[in-house]
Write a protein that binds this ligand. Structure first.
Ligand code: NI
Length: 162
Protein backbone atom coordinates (compact mmCIF):
# COMPACT_ATOMS: atom_id res chain seq x y z
CA UNK A 1 0.00 0.00 0.00
CA UNK A 2 1.15 3.52 -0.64
CA UNK A 3 -0.01 7.05 -0.15
CA UNK A 4 -0.33 8.73 -3.55
CA UNK A 5 0.09 12.46 -4.18
CA UNK A 6 -3.26 14.20 -4.65
CA UNK A 7 -3.43 16.33 -7.78
CA UNK A 8 -4.54 19.90 -7.25
CA UNK A 9 -6.93 22.18 -9.11
CA UNK A 10 -5.26 23.40 -12.29
CA UNK A 11 -3.77 20.00 -13.19
CA UNK A 12 -5.21 18.97 -16.58
CA UNK A 13 -5.81 15.35 -15.46
CA UNK A 14 -8.72 16.70 -13.39
CA UNK A 15 -10.39 17.96 -16.57
CA UNK A 16 -10.08 14.79 -18.63
CA UNK A 17 -12.79 12.23 -19.27
CA UNK A 18 -11.43 9.11 -17.62
CA UNK A 19 -11.15 5.79 -19.43
CA UNK A 20 -13.27 2.76 -18.57
CA UNK A 21 -11.50 -0.11 -16.85
CA UNK A 22 -11.62 -3.16 -19.11
CA UNK A 23 -9.71 -5.67 -16.95
CA UNK A 24 -9.55 -5.67 -13.18
CA UNK A 25 -5.89 -6.60 -12.99
CA UNK A 26 -3.65 -6.86 -9.93
CA UNK A 27 -2.38 -3.36 -10.67
CA UNK A 28 -5.95 -1.99 -10.71
CA UNK A 29 -6.58 -3.64 -7.34
CA UNK A 30 -3.31 -2.19 -6.07
CA UNK A 31 -4.42 1.26 -7.26
CA UNK A 32 -7.72 0.81 -5.39
CA UNK A 33 -5.89 -0.15 -2.19
CA UNK A 34 -3.59 2.85 -2.55
CA UNK A 35 -6.55 5.15 -3.24
CA UNK A 36 -8.29 3.95 -0.07
CA UNK A 37 -5.16 4.52 1.98
CA UNK A 38 -4.68 7.97 0.41
CA UNK A 39 -8.34 8.91 1.04
CA UNK A 40 -8.08 7.84 4.68
CA UNK A 41 -4.83 9.75 5.25
CA UNK A 42 -6.50 12.88 3.83
CA UNK A 43 -9.67 12.35 5.92
CA UNK A 44 -11.66 12.28 2.69
CA UNK A 45 -15.16 10.85 2.24
CA UNK A 46 -14.28 9.94 -1.31
CA UNK A 47 -11.56 9.95 -3.93
CA UNK A 48 -11.52 9.55 -7.70
CA UNK A 49 -8.61 8.06 -9.68
CA UNK A 50 -7.90 11.28 -11.63
CA UNK A 51 -7.18 12.93 -8.26
CA UNK A 52 -4.16 10.64 -7.95
CA UNK A 53 -3.18 11.23 -11.56
CA UNK A 54 -4.80 8.13 -13.08
CA UNK A 55 -7.35 8.84 -15.80
CA UNK A 56 -9.41 5.73 -15.06
CA UNK A 57 -13.05 5.27 -14.04
CA UNK A 58 -12.44 4.23 -10.44
CA UNK A 59 -13.71 5.86 -7.26
CA UNK A 60 -13.41 5.06 -3.57
CA UNK A 61 -15.83 6.16 -0.86
CA UNK A 62 -15.77 5.96 2.92
CA UNK A 63 -18.43 7.31 5.21
CA UNK A 64 -17.91 7.79 8.96
CA UNK A 65 -18.06 4.46 10.83
CA UNK A 66 -18.43 2.48 7.62
CA UNK A 67 -16.14 0.29 5.57
CA UNK A 68 -14.44 1.93 2.60
CA UNK A 69 -15.38 0.59 -0.81
CA UNK A 70 -14.43 1.03 -4.44
CA UNK A 71 -16.61 1.32 -7.49
CA UNK A 72 -15.21 0.62 -10.95
CA UNK A 73 -16.87 2.14 -14.03
CA UNK A 74 -19.59 3.72 -11.87
CA UNK A 75 -22.65 5.16 -13.54
CA UNK A 76 -25.56 7.09 -12.13
CA UNK A 77 -28.69 5.45 -13.51
CA UNK A 78 -31.26 7.54 -11.68
CA UNK A 79 -31.33 10.74 -9.69
CA UNK A 80 -34.10 12.77 -8.15
CA UNK A 81 -34.72 15.78 -5.98
CA UNK A 82 -32.41 18.64 -5.18
CA UNK A 83 -30.83 19.88 -1.97
CA UNK A 84 -28.26 22.46 -0.98
CA UNK A 85 -25.03 21.05 0.42
CA UNK A 86 -21.69 22.36 1.60
CA UNK A 87 -18.87 20.69 -0.22
CA UNK A 88 -15.11 20.68 -0.48
CA UNK A 89 -12.67 18.78 -2.65
CA UNK A 90 -9.31 17.23 -1.73
CA UNK A 91 -7.96 18.70 -4.98
CA UNK A 92 -9.05 22.17 -3.87
CA UNK A 93 -7.97 22.36 -0.22
CA UNK A 94 -8.83 25.31 1.99
CA UNK A 95 -12.16 26.11 0.35
CA UNK A 96 -15.75 25.08 0.52
CA UNK A 97 -18.85 26.06 -1.36
CA UNK A 98 -22.58 25.67 -1.36
CA UNK A 99 -23.99 23.83 -4.34
CA UNK A 100 -27.01 21.78 -5.32
CA UNK A 101 -26.88 18.00 -5.25
CA UNK A 102 -29.51 15.32 -5.77
CA UNK A 103 -31.60 14.04 -2.89
CA UNK A 104 -31.46 10.49 -4.10
CA UNK A 105 -29.33 8.68 -6.62
CA UNK A 106 -29.08 5.12 -7.85
CA UNK A 107 -25.73 4.11 -9.22
CA UNK A 108 -24.21 0.93 -10.51
CA UNK A 109 -20.69 -0.31 -11.08
CA UNK A 110 -18.29 -3.12 -10.24
CA UNK A 111 -16.61 -3.82 -6.94
CA UNK A 112 -12.87 -4.51 -6.66
CA UNK A 113 -13.47 -8.16 -7.64
CA UNK A 114 -15.61 -7.34 -10.67
CA UNK A 115 -18.94 -8.14 -9.07
CA UNK A 116 -21.79 -5.91 -10.26
CA UNK A 117 -23.22 -3.71 -7.53
CA UNK A 118 -26.08 -1.28 -7.39
CA UNK A 119 -26.35 1.39 -4.70
CA UNK A 120 -29.35 3.47 -3.75
CA UNK A 121 -28.05 6.50 -1.85
CA UNK A 122 -29.14 9.65 -0.07
CA UNK A 123 -27.34 12.24 2.09
CA UNK A 124 -23.55 12.11 2.28
CA UNK A 125 -23.28 8.86 0.34
CA UNK A 126 -25.23 10.32 -2.59
CA UNK A 127 -23.21 13.53 -2.41
CA UNK A 128 -19.89 11.70 -2.36
CA UNK A 129 -20.87 9.40 -5.24
CA UNK A 130 -22.08 12.31 -7.38
CA UNK A 131 -18.92 14.28 -6.63
CA UNK A 132 -16.57 11.38 -7.43
CA UNK A 133 -18.40 10.37 -10.61
CA UNK A 134 -18.23 14.01 -11.72
CA UNK A 135 -14.43 13.79 -11.31
CA UNK A 136 -14.41 10.96 -13.88
CA UNK A 137 -16.03 13.32 -16.37
CA UNK A 138 -13.67 16.20 -15.65
CA UNK A 139 -16.29 18.08 -13.64
CA UNK A 140 -15.42 19.80 -10.34
CA UNK A 141 -17.84 21.06 -7.69
CA UNK A 142 -16.67 24.64 -8.23
CA UNK A 143 -18.23 24.42 -11.71
CA UNK A 144 -21.64 24.43 -10.01
CA UNK A 145 -21.08 27.56 -7.93
CA UNK A 146 -23.44 30.38 -8.89
CA UNK A 147 -20.59 32.86 -8.51
CA UNK A 148 -17.17 33.17 -6.88
CA UNK A 149 -18.65 34.67 -3.73
CA UNK A 150 -20.18 31.27 -3.02
CA UNK A 151 -16.66 29.94 -2.53
CA UNK A 152 -15.49 30.38 1.03
CA UNK A 153 -11.96 30.13 2.42
CA UNK A 154 -11.78 27.90 5.49
CA UNK A 155 -9.14 26.68 7.91
CA UNK A 156 -10.22 23.29 9.21
CA UNK A 157 -12.55 21.15 7.13
CA UNK A 158 -15.69 20.05 8.96
CA UNK A 159 -17.56 19.42 5.75
CA UNK A 160 -17.30 16.60 3.25
CA UNK A 161 -13.98 16.63 1.42
CA UNK A 162 -14.40 14.43 -1.60
NI1 NI B 1 -13.10 16.07 -5.24
Amino acid sequence: MAILPIQRFGNTVLREKSKRVTTISKSIQQLIDDMIETMQKAYGAGLAAPQVGKSLRIITVELPDEEPFALINPEIVKKSGERTVTEGCLSFPGYRGEIQRSELIVCKGLDRNGKAIRIKATDLLAQSLEHEIDHLNGVLYVDYLENEEKLEKVEAPEYPMV
